[in-house]
Design a protein around this ligand. Structure first.
Ligand code: ADP
Ligand code: MG
Length: 683
């Protein structure tokens, strides 16, 4: 009763927050739409506030920065790829539109151009006594075109740099960001060099040119922001967004859970670049010029500061961060400079008369960045809220017993299992060497369909390496691994997962900063199909797939009784050790495996928890799931396994029924050392 009430109160608190956020967004939308005309409204009310054209233009610039920050947020915030040269894609988009509308490249007119003139891509003009071509690419075509070109550049750039992470990637992107403006500076015939393109065409709509009126640009910017916020939110909450976050949190685990990290990263680069390319078109159309200086390193850094200040990975945070910082730059700092000069004159302070805040933007941004890191690391609006541990009541709301395992429910969640009898997994003569160290030496292991095989052996005997080679995380130096009759050696980890081999890790590798539910959803990655278009357009197929996936994830979590269900929204790093192990198993089950590889699943659990987990593993096996388990606790091994394989120094020592193996002298020796075995005999 109290439990139900506390859950009710909890839910209504989050609902209230959501309602407040919605109300705020609605009010802001109305204000933003009315903004260029607010001056008139103020005057009507007898107030002395004016919204001039320059104010509208300043806010339009802020809108451009918001779209850029949203794009960079996909690369840095969602996918965790530190990009210090993001402005390069902004430049590519800008020059795409600039070159095809400015009076820069003007070939001689010939009949070839007639059809293009008919669709208004070019016009015939008269220059220096000859008919020449003037490109007049429509702004509206240029937006998607530049997005596409920038996206292709993003992929081309991403491809060779994919192997790099962290600092190395940052350095390479920094270089790319420097090179692109230099190229634009040097191909003078195309870009007019440092002087920049002149006479970039203003957009027109229904035959009316925007010219230099800031209002229509403002509204185009507003629509762009609206669209890109929508895209960002939809991508974030989709299979695609989850794959980015998985790669960000743990690339190895992401691969083992079916995420192709190459594809995920390229996609993030491409979409981030597309956002920047589109913004480039908007920006140069508004300025009607493009120079290489507009896209230098300071711009990349400024956008990055906006993302960090707003909250990496948080869509609304990034919008707020970019808005605050760009308005700070265009509105507040110049005003502050003026006030300071005024006060300085009044009080006779020379420093205050001279100081120029607007000229020290970079310094001020630097200070803001340092302050953010010191006092608000997750930014203005953090992507994930800090959570308190669950109260006792909240833990027990589901009215289910502690632990437990719902076998009937599990039966529905596992897919059709291979028929018992044949061998599901056949490891033959597999050797793995790390330099001079032979971690596995010609090891043979067979796992029958529907069976449980346990691998035991002292630390360093190669057990985890065996799992790593089966799941494609380390390369073999020989041998063969057949799964369901087909060779899997040499496949990528995500391909192996697709075949139906799922695993857990000895030192738990969850996506720590993501909630339990998201972790389990990522486990389903390989079984879902939604792509970028489906997610962005929220196609019926995508949303129904998402609903089913969500329900499945909840059902899988519910297999562990009330251990995980009340904690679905909790970030994994908040969980107890045992619960993290359960999440990892749930995540592996979500991929609908045929075989489950468990690497010391009960390590760190107390005896009661160990017993509970062993029973759950047994239940899974009774439902037809084949299990290969590494385990130190011999009573667990005896309880679960049909066959025990003993590894020592990378070699298979023996194999047999649990009871036989327990009596085997060599095994005792491997575990306890010779002296101990002899002592045991003597006694
Ligand atoms: P176990 O899981 O049985 O404790 P492992 O498979 O983790 O043992 O390790 C077997 C041996 O291989 C150990 O000597 C370990 O140090 C070595 N090893 C494991 N992974 C690597 C690696 N990536 N690089 C180098 N040596 C490794
Ligand atoms: Mg190990």
């Amino acid at each position: 009763m109290t439990a139900a009430m506390s859950l009710g109160a909890h839910e209504s608190a989050t609902q209230k927050a959501a309602r407040q956020a919605k109300a705020f967004i609605s009010i802001m939308t109305v204000v933003m739409v009315a903004f260029p005309f607010l001056g008139m409204a103020f005057q009507g009310l007898g107030l002395d506030w004016d919204i001039g054209d320059d104010d509208v233009d300043s806010v339009s610039n802020a809108l451009a920065y918001i779209t850029l920050a949203l794009g960079l947020n996909i690369v840095v915030g969602f996918a965790g790829l530190l990009d210090l040269g993001y402005a390069a894609f902004f430049a590519i988009g800008a020059y795409t539109y600039g070159i095809f509308t400015a009076y820069q490249i003007m070939p001689e007119w010939s009949a070839f151009w007639d059809p293009l003139a008919a669709i208004s891509l070019v016009e015939k003009i008269h220059r220096d006594g000859a008919d020449v071509v003037h490109f007049t690419l429509s702004f509206w075509i240029a937006l998607p075109l530049a997005a596409g070109i920038s996206a292709v550049c993003g992929v081309l750039f991403g491809f060779p740099t994919l192997r790099l992470r962290g600092d190395y990637l940052a350095i390479v992107t920094l270089g790319f960001g420097e090179i692109v403006p230099i190229v634009f500076r040097n191909v003078k015939s195309v870009t007019n060099g440092a002087a920049g393109l002149n006479g970039v065409q203003a957009p027109s709509l229904f035959g009316h040119s925007f010219q230099v009126n800031p209002k229509p640009y403002y509204y185009v910017g507003l629509v762009l922001v609206f669209l890109l916020v929508l895209f960002s939110v939809r991508l974030r909450d989709s299979r695609i967004g989850r794959s980015w976050m998985a790669v960000r949190e743990d690339e190895t685990a992401a691969g083992a859970m079916g995420v192709d990290h190459v594809k995920a990263k390229l996609l993030a680069f491409a979409i981030g670049a597309a956002f920047a390319g589109m913004t480039g078109v908007f920006y140069v159309a508004k300025l009607q010029t493009a120079t290489p200086d507009m896209f230098g390193f300071p711009v990349s850094v400024m956008i990055l500061v906006m993302v960090v200040f707003g909250g990496m990975g948080s869509v609304w945070g990034v919008v707020a961060g970019a808005a605050v910082l760009s308005l700070l730059q265009t509105w507040f700092l110049p005003s502050l400079t003026n006030w300071s000069h005024g006060i300085g004159e009044a009080v006779g302070n020379r420093w205050m008369q001279k100081v120029d805040f607007a000229g020290s933007t970079e310094l001020i941004f630097g200070i803001i960045l340092v302050m953010t890191m010191l006092y608000r690391r997750d930014g203005l609006i953090p992507a994930a809220r800090k959570q308190a541990a669950l109260s006792f009541d909240a833990q027990n709301v589901q009215g289910v017993v502690r632990g437990g395992f719902n076998k009937a429910a599990a039966a529905k969640l596992l897919r059709d299992m291979p028929k018992k009898g044949g061998n599901l997994l056949e490891v033959r003569g597999v050797t793995v060497k790390f330099g001079g160290l032979v971690a596995l030496n010609a090891v043979d292991i067979t796992v029958p369909a529907g069976g449980v095989v346990a691998v035991i052996g002292p630390n360093g005997s190669g057990k985890s390496t065996l799992f790593n080679v089966i799941t494609g995380l380390v390369q073999a130096d020989g041998g063969s691994i057949k799964f369901d009759g087909a060779e899997v050696l040499g496949l990528k980890p995500h391909e192996i997962l697709e075949r139906g081999i799922a695993r857990t890790f000895q030192n738990i590798r969850l996506f720590s900063n993501l909630p339990v539910l998201t972790n389990v959803l990522i486990g389903q990655h390989a079984r879902l199909h939604t792509g970028v278009a489906g997610a962005v357009l929220n196609l019926p197929s995508a949303s129904s797939e998402e609903r089913t996936a969500l329900q499945r994830a909840k059902d899988i979590a519910a297999l562990f009784g009330n251990r995980l269900t009340p904690r679905l929204g909790q970030v994994v790093s908040n969980l107890s050790y045992a619960n993290r192990r359960r999440v990892e198993i749930a995540r592996a089950l979500a991929s609908q495996p045929k075989i489950l590889l468990l690497d010391e699943p009960t390590a760190g659990m107390n005896p009661a928890e160990t017993l509970e987990l062993a029973e759950q593993i047994k239940s899974l096996n009774e439902l037809g799931l084949t299990i290969l388990i590494i385990e130190h606790k011999l009573d667990v091994v005896t309880q679960l396994a049909d066959t025990v394989v003993v590894l020592d120094h990378g070699e298979k020592l023996t194999e047999g029924k649990p009871a036989e193996v327990r009596r085997n002298e060599e095994v005792l020796r491997a575990y306890l050392g010779r002296a101990a075995t002899e002592a045991a005999h003597a006694a």
